[in-house]
Each structure stands twice: as structure tokens, then as C-alpha cells.
Design a protein around this ligand. Structure first.
Ligand SMILES: [Zn+2]
Length: 428
């Protein structure tokens, strides 16, 4: 039995007047998703706590049954995803090149996500690629367009604040030690060196007269992280797992939790893109848990255009014809369709904290009377509200792989059954 875990990134949304208060998903015409809701059991899901907005990488980490305290930081995932070698003691920061104007002695962000070519970034990075300040080494790696990572070596501390304000019209923030680390020498040294580094990069790029749309360029950082030893997904959940996506971030996530990953080039038609991933997933007979990811709803929502998001959802719906006729019709496997978070097509929040709809189909799922897949209809479903790693427990449960609580077949009983038991031998 296999679980096809289909993740429509950033699917949940707000209600819009243009849709008479409905969300883009609710307003969309989605006959295939609705049919799966009709033959399945529905509910609502949040990977953490209702109301808390999550970035995709943390949402996925929690969904896959890991804890916030285990999370290594997004910079680490980006480094692994892009095959950048990181040592155990390195601190890895996400970084972004920003369009800047000086104002009152501050670096005011004018363009928080500038459109720049990879070649432009590769060229300007040559002047700032490797810098050593107060004994700490800074190595800058371009990832995509204005997005980079910075790797800090030589006793750097990750207990520091962000410098990137994310939003325009804010100044670049001064980096400080986090609460509790104000007396830690390495943390103080790292914060001071990083502030000097940000100013060095700004002045150097200015000296070389690099501009983005007539604005000066600065670099700003966020979300520090370090490598951690994290239990493999197979050991935690007992399932051979693979992820199919078009983002190196998910390769990084899979690398850190010991899951296989397949990155395929995106197709512009998002319905065909998802169909290609589903067809590939179906052929992967050696895996028991297959994560199939599309970023399309999230990207549409970030354009702050609810009609675009509705249209994208309708395009994606076409791919679910394959799920109905080629997967669910065989009555062997479990299909789970949900999202990692809501992404509002309005306002300034990057993601938002509302729950997302979820449907389970196949494998003796209790079928309820919900016949639409959207945030409101699924809230009336028989699965109810599930949060955090209850999702993976529910998947194990429906795959008949769950453990009866209290059974100890090995030293550290996992969530699944059987665990790594040792047989008693006649010749003991
Ligand atoms: Zn996401």
C-alpha cells in the first residue's frame, strides 16, 4: 500500500468581495477535487497552531512529523539543496540583495525583491565572495536571482537576530544577540562582525557602482541555522519515502531527513506540471510515501491577485483526473490532498495562519457527506481538525501501520509497528 501525499502549496486563502466572500479555492470550479472530497473523508489541518503563519519549510518539517526544536534553519536546507558543502560548526544565513536608498544615515529598503539576472549576481559577487572580519569568515553563494546564502565559519554563533526587514520602506536592521545570548562572547562577536560585513558589502558594491534600477545595493540576512543530526524519516515513520517537486529547497529538506528526492523542471502549464509529477509518482513502486508538490497556488497568491489564484487552482484540478482514474480506481492506495499553509492573495502578510482543507481517500477512509474541496466545506467533514504530526499518525493509521500505544517490541518503540525487534533464539 502506498500513500500519495499531494501538497498544493499555499492553497488556503481569505474571503474576497469579488467572490461574494468566498476564497479563490471555494470560488474555483474544481470537479475532480470535489469528486475526491465526495468519495473521501474531509477535514481541516494546521501543521502547528491555528493562527500562526508558517513558511513552507517549517510547515513541511512539522507536517512530516518533526518538531520545531529539531529544525536546522532554512539556510541549511538551501545549502544542501544546492549541493553547497557546509561544516558542522558553520552558521548558514539566508541572504538577499536589496535595492537601497540612504535616508537619515540608515539603509532604507526600496526594492525588497529586486528582479536581477543570475549572471548579474554572479558578476557582482566576485567583489564580495569571501570576506574575513574579526576572525569570522563570510562566504557568499548565489542561489537564484537576488536570493543567496552566507556561510559563517570559525566559531560563529547562530543566536542572532535578522537584518532583513523583508518589507520595503523599512531600514536594514542592526544584528543583535538573541535574548539569553547577550553575554555570550561568540554571539556578540558574530553580531558585530555581521553588522560590519553588511556595511562592507554595501560600500564595496557602491564603490564598484553596481545598481538595481538606480538604487544602491545592500545585502541583508535572516533565519540563521546549523547542521543537526535528525532522525531519518524511515526510522521515524517506518515508510520508504520520496519527494517529487521543482524546488531545491525540498531536496535540502529531504537530504536532512534521509528521504529521497526528485527535482523536475517545472512546466509552465501548472496542470500539466502536476500531472507529470503524479504520473512519475505512480511509477515509483518501491516507495510507500510519495510527497508530490506544486508551488503554483502559493506563487499565484504572492502576486496578490485572487482571480489569478482561482484560475491556477482550476488548471491544477485537471491533473486530479489521473488521481481518480489511475490511482483511486485501483482501490489499493491512500491519497491525501492538503496544503502547508494559507497564502493570502491580499494584504502584506507573506503567509497566514488559517487552517487549510484536507481530504483522505481510499483505504477504508470514513466517507462523509462533504462533496466540495474547499476551506469551508471541509471544515464540516468527519476527519475534523488535525494538527502537527497527527497528520503522519493518521496516515500510518489508515495504512494499517500504526502502533497500539504501550506496545514495546524494541528499546525505543517508534510510532509504527512493528519496530526493530530482536527475535528470541532457541540457542540463547
Ligand atoms: Zn508553502
Amino acid at each position: 500500500m502506498r500513500c500519495f501525499f499531494i501538497l498544493l502549496d499555499g492553497l488556503g486563502d481569505r474571503g474576497f468581495d469579488i467572490f461574494h466572500g468566498k476564497t479563490p479555492l471555494w470560488a474555483a470550479t474544481t470537479p475532480n477535487l470535489d469528486y475526491i472530497a465526495k468519495i473521501g473523508g474531509t477535514g481541516i489541518y494546521h501543521p502547528y497552531k491555528i493562527g500562526v503563519s508558517l513558511p513552507s519549510e517549517i510547515a513541511h518539517f512539522l507536517m512530516l512529523g518533526y518538531g520545531l526544536d529539531e529544525f536546522p534553519g532554512r539556510g541549511i536546507l538551501e545549502a544542501l539543496g544546492n549541493n553547497i558543502h557546509v561544516k558542522k560548526d558553520d552558521v548558514v544565513l539566508m541572504a538577499r540583495l536589496l535595492g537601497i536608498r540612504e535616508y537619515n544615515g540608515r539603509l532604507l529598503v526600496i526594492d525588497e525583491k529586486p528582479k536581477v539576472s543570475d549572471n548579474f549576481v554572479k558578476e557582482l559577487i566576485k567583489t564580495i565572495e569571501f570576506v574575513k572580519i574579526d576572525g569570522i569568515s563570510f562566504k557568499l553563494y548565489p542561489i537564484k536571482e537576488s536570493f543567496c546564502i552566507v556561510v559563517l565559519s570559525n566559531n560563529a554563533s547562530g543566536y542572532i537576530t535578522d537584518s532583513n526587514p523583508i518589507f520595503k520602506d523599512y531600514p536594514i536592521f542592526k544584528v543583535k544577540p538573541l535574548k539569553g545570548y547577550g553575554d555570550d562572547i561568540n554571539t556578540i562577536k558574530t553580531a558585530n562582525a555581521l553588522n560590519k560585513y553588511i556595511l562592507f558589502v554595501y560600500k564595496t558594491l557602491n564603490k564598484h557602482n553596481y545598481k538595481i534600477k538606480n538604487n544602491n545595493i545592500a545585502i541583508a540576512t535572516q533565519r540563521p541555522g546549523k547542521l543537526k543530526d535528525i532522525q531519518d524519516f524511515k526510522d521515524r515513520w517506518g515508510l520508504r519515502a520520496v519527494s517529487i517537486s521543482s524546488s531545491k529547497l525540498y531536496k535540502g529538506l529531504c537530504d536532512i531527513i534521509g528521504m529521497d528526492s526528485i527535482i523536475i523542471d517545472p512546466i509552465q502549464d501548472v496542470g500539466k506540471d502536476l500531472l507529470k509529477k503524479l504520473e512519475l509518482a505512480y511509477e515509483l513502486k518501491d516507495y510507500e510515501f510519495i510527497h508530490i508538490h506544486t508551488k503554483a497556488p502559493d506563487e499565484a497568491a504572492h502576486k496578490k491577485d485572487p482571480i489569478l489564484k482561482k484560475n491556477i487552482i482550476e488548471s491544477l484540478d485537471r491533473a486530479f483526473d489521473f488521481v481518480i482514474h489511475d490511482i483511486l480506481s485501483k482501490k489499493q492506495d491512500l491519497v491525501v490532498i492538503t496544503s502547508d499553509h494559507s497564502t493570502p492573495s491580499c494584504g502584506q502578510m507573506i503567509h497566514s495562519g488559517e487552517v487549510v482543507p484536507i481530504v483522505f481517500a481510499g483505504c477504508g477512509v470514513r466517507v462523509d457527506d462533504v462533496d466540495r474541496f474547499d476551506e469551508i466545506s471541509c471544515a464540516k467533514g468527519a476527519i475534523g481538525l488535525i494538527k502537527g504530526h497527527e497528520l503522519m499518525s493518521m496516515i500510518l493509521n489508515l495504512m494499517d501501520r500504526g502502533r497500539l500505544l504501550g506496545l514495546s517490541d524494541c528499546e525505543e518503540p517508534p510510532f509504527y509497528f512493528p519496530g526493530n525487534f530482536e527475535p528470541l533464539c532457541l540457542k540463547e
